[in-house]
Design a protein around this ligand. Structure first.
Ligand code: ADP
Length: 430
């Protein structure tokens, strides 16, 4: 039934180690505050008595370790209290990670062994097993303890750092804001350009490798980051190519703690294949009953909201600029998937398979309408695969007669680089 339009204030008393699970209504926000006690949202403590505004459709839980009273104002899709949660097992994992960070820190200050690393945690499991949420808790708890863990998001479908179609990393210095999400200073972003890895598996792997190499370099010069370690989120793809990519990520980032959520089979497969590595722990964790399953359509929608958020902000607080450029000003490239030369056009013995990492220029035509392009930091086209990106633009109009392109950009003025990268990522502004 549709929720009452008249907003009513409601109080909820939470017993220790229980949580209030909420899905905010589809079109109206929800106000909520902590009246007394202590409570947290995915690892971040709520300030006492301060009203917080949660946007429509947000799904979250307010958890309390010792008991709390919560006040809510507004409509919800659902709200209910649950006293069975896996939070104790999650916080136990955090305690173990914290111990390893301390060890790494202690040994990095003795010159004898400055190579000590903090934990490199990778969270794996099917879609909607609570991976992103667990990453968030582990990061926020670590940040609360004054660590500076690096969050790595390898999920091109539902990225929590930036637009979909990317892999990215950013240091987490403060517990993650329950409404605003991760505060971004200068995230390190690589543009893959598609929302499924099968579009170009080699490119996905190449970008994961680039990202890992840069982080490795940063860690070498930064004892604090190195001791704090990483928390890596992955895609919900765990079969076939997806499984292969998980192994690739574990290997490339030298992950030493593998947290498997909600799937016995994946746990046992990973445990068996990693048995030969004594320094790698594979840990099975229970999925929270609060995790909300989202169907393909919902996921598609939230991708679209995520792109909107990039340009307009979470609370519509950003105003992107509309710019016009000549066709000749925009140098657009795509990676892989270019037209294959027919066998007859190739030297004898050459294979007609397209190089998945080949960079080819794209002609501007109507097909570019509604495409999201990344602005690469590359200096030359052949550096596009190995370069991270500054941000994104969105094509809103193509004028073939006047040879002009209109695009949306988060800022006014010139783009930070002239090389643009195109994939299959599109967006329909609504
Ligand atoms: P995954 O990363 O595995 O796809 P998420 O962590 O994104 O899964 O969780 C799916 C959805 O469920 C998200 O919207 C998240 O906010 C919500 N969610 C997770 N845990 C809870 C919980 N305990 N109570 C309510 N909602 C939750």
């Amino acid at each position: 039934a549709a929720a009452a339009a008249s907003s009513s204030i409601k109080q909820v008393k939470l017993e220790r180690e229980s949580e209030l699970r909420i899905e905010v209504a589809n079109d109206t926000p929800l106000r909520l505050r902590l009246l007394n006690g202590t409570a947290e949202i995915f690892g971040t403590e709520l300030p006492p008595e301060m009203w917080l505004n949660f946007p429509p459709r947000l799904k979250f839980a307010v958890f309390t370790w010792y008991g709390a009273t919560i006040e809510m104002d507004g409509a919800t899709e659902t709200d209910y209290t649950a006293d069975e949660t896996p939070m104790v097992s999650y916080v136990n994992v955090h305690a173990v990670l914290d111990g390893r960070r301390k060890l790494a820190k202690a040994s990095s200050s003795s010159a004898a062994d400055s190579t000590q690393q903090g934990p490199r945690v990778i969270v794996v499991g099917p879609t909607d097993s609570g991976k992103s949420t667990l990453c968030r808790m582990l990061l926020s708890w670590a940040a609360k303890g004054a660590w500076k863990p690096t969050f790595v998001d390898l999920d091109i479908g539902q990225g929590s750092i930036t637009s979909p179609g990317c892999i990215a990393a950013t240091p987490i210095e403060l517990p993650i804001d329950p409404v605003e999400g991760i505060s971004l200073d200068m995230p390190l972003v690589y543009f893959y350009g598609h929302t499924t890895p099968s579009q170009n598996v080699d490119l996905y792997k190449a970008l994961v490798k680039e990202l890992a190499q840069i982080l490795e370099k940063q860690f070498t010069g930064n004892a604090e980051s190195r001791a704090s370690g990483m928390v890596i989120n992955t895609m919900g793809w765990i079969e076939g190519v997806g499984y292969e990519l998980l192994l690739h990520a574990i290997d490339t980032f030298n992950a030493n703690v593998i947290l498997v959520l909600g799937q016995e089979k994946l746990f046992s497969m990973l445990r068996d294949v990693l048995r030969s590595k004594p320094n790698v722990d594979v840990v099975k964790l229970q999925k929270s009953g609060g995790v909300v399953s989202r169907n393909a359509k919902f996921r598609q929608k939230s991708r679209s909201y995520k792109i909107r958020e990039y340009f307009y902000g979470i609370a519509n607080d950003l105003s992107p600029h509309s710019n016009i450029a000549n066709f000749s000003d925009l140098l657009i490239y795509r990676v892989g998937g270019g037209p294959q030369a027919p066998r007859s056009a190739l030297p004898i013995g050459a294979d007609p398979v397209a190089n998945p990492l080949r960079v080819t220029p794209v002609n501007i035509d109507r097909d570019l309408l509604h495409v999201v392009l990344a602005v690469s930091y590359a200096q030359e086209p052949d550096q596009i695969v190995s370069s991270n990106v500054a941000g994104f633009i969105y094509i809103t109009d193509i004028d073939l007669q006047r040879r002009k392109v209109t695009y949306l950009s988060p800022t006014a003025g010139d783009l930070p680089s002239k090389y643009l990268v195109m994939g299959t990522l599109t967006w329909l502004e609504t």
